[in-house]
Design a protein around this ligand. Structure first.
Ligand code: LLP
Length: 418
């Protein structure tokens, strides 16, 4: 559910016409809806209300400071994967005790920053990393709270680029070797074992893979307890899918209904790391039609947003619905919606039956609140676009459009070239 709806023939973001925002801020631009973000966060909070739990939003999905602040003010924690994300989470006011830190390549500096911030725990992905955390914590004379990220070898049946829980994946440690890693962790003086972490993939549209993976993890937790290794936090990662087209993914309440009975006697604190299911359908990308082109095979609608602004269609062949900001009754034609980047892979949508576009039309690329702006780049030296947050009848620019000056920020021409 989201709050980008038509009123008569015009698309609104909550109670603001999208056209009005585009006129004021220019295109391309991202628009996020506060009410949608909150609705999604609250659906997690309500679903897991009866069990000790922490919802840690995965910043990689959307790391706009205003979005994070909104989530923080409403009780949300953070799942971070870099020093940069840790910085943003803190800056947004997310309490350290609600921050978990994953990722296969944490540097000493990043580990030290997280230790100094006193985060809830590190989700550790290898024995080398375990030793590095122990070493850095030793230097700082603190104990590092950790969970090991285990790889339960469950196929989440999603796009191969976004499945992470299979044996061949670079993430986590194989669950069958977990005991041995936990024993190693226990021997280290400067780490304190607090939990188990797993995340099997993203855009998962059925409950079964979550349950299969969780069962394996719970078994491991009990085995560890028998060995005297106490497990407090069960971090079950993110991964709930959203509807881009006609998917009907489970809701947080479906997840809780399936998960909580398995945990009943465990006495764990449950951690969830949703990203897409909170932010994905809370954002759209608005773009303007520049030109129309016809070749013998099909029609191309050239718009002002490209793969540098929204990479998902090019990278994963991901489907994003494209809707006119102002509905019209023109004839429907088979079209590709393409960007201005000099790559044939630069498209936002392929082979869509859409009302024939006209120069200057505004189009809304739907479900663009997650892995959208965060994956954008300056490719083709295109300034990154503006971001706007809507609240009811009001809207706020929460990130300025970059300028050409921003493109050369930090660049230096050595003396011999001047
Ligand atoms: N926790 C961990 C450890 C993760 O690696 C991820 C996502 C999440 C949580 C959040 O997962 P979510 O609830 O959003 O599914 N760029 C891709 C998605 C990559 C996801 C990476 N990890 C895309 O655009 O589809």
């Amino acid at each position: 559910m989201h709050y980008f709806k038509y009123k008569k023939s015009e698309l609104y973001a909550e109670d603001v016409p999208v056209r009005k925002i585009a006129e004021k801020v220019g295109t391309p631009l991202y628009i996020y809806s506060e009410k949608t973000l909150l609705r999604h966060l609250q659906s997690y909070q309500q679903a897991f209300n009866g069990y000790p739990s922490t919802i840690c939003f995965a910043l990689k999905a959307n790391s706009n400071l205003a979005v994070l602040r909104l989530l923080a003010k409403n009780g949300c924690g953070a799942d971070v994967v870099s020093g940069g994300e840790l910085y943003l989470a803190k800056k947004a006011g997310i309490p350290s005790k609600k921050i978990v830190y994953a990722g296969v390549g944490k540097t000493d500096e990043e580990i030290a920053a997280a230790l100094k911030a006193r985060i809830l725990m590190f989700n550790v992905e290898s024995s080398d990393e375990l030793k590095a955390i122990d070493r850095v914590a030793g230097k700082l004379k603190v104990k590092a709270p950790i969970a090991l990220r285990v790889n339960p070898d469950i196929d989440p049946k999603t796009h191969p680029y976004i499945s992470t829980g299979l044996k061949k994946s670079k993430f986590g440690i194989p669950i069958e070797n977990a005991l041995e890693y936990y024993r190693l962790a226990r021997k280290l003086n400067n780490v304190e074992v607090l939990g188990i972490h797993k995340h099997i993939g993203s855009q998962i549209t059925t409950i079964k893979p979550f349950i299969d993976a969780l069962k394996r993890v719970i078994l491991l937790a009990h085995n560890l307890r028998e060995q005297g290794i106490e497990i407090w936090h069960l971090d079950i990662g993110g991964g709930l899918g959203i509807s881009y087209k006609d998917e009907e993914p489970p809701l947080p309440e479906d997840l809780s209904r399936a998960v909580l009975p398995l945990l009943e006697e465990g006495g764990f604190n449950l951690i969830l790391e949703p990203g897409r299911s909170i932010a994905g359908n809370a954002g759209i990308l608005v773009t303007k039609v520049l030109y129309l082109k016809k070749n013998p095979e099909k029609e191309f609608v050239v718009v002002d947003a490209g793969m540098n602004d929204l990479l998902r269609p090019s990278l994963y062949e991901a489907f994003h619905d494209v809707r006119p900001v102002i509905k019209n009754s023109r004839k429907k034609v088979l079209s590709d919606i393409v960007g201005p980047i000099c790559e044939s892979g630069d498209f936002l949508a392929k082979d869509r039956m859409i009302n024939r576009a006209s120069q200057g039309d505004l189009l809304a690329v739907m479900s663009a609140g997650a892995y959208a702006f965060t994956m954008s780049s300056n490719y083709n030296s295109r300034p990154r676009v503006a971001e706007v947050l809507v609240k009811g009848r009001e809207f706020f620019v929460v990130k300025d459009r970059e300028s050409h000056k921003d493109l050369v920020r930090g660049m230096k021409v050595p003396k011999h070239l001047t």
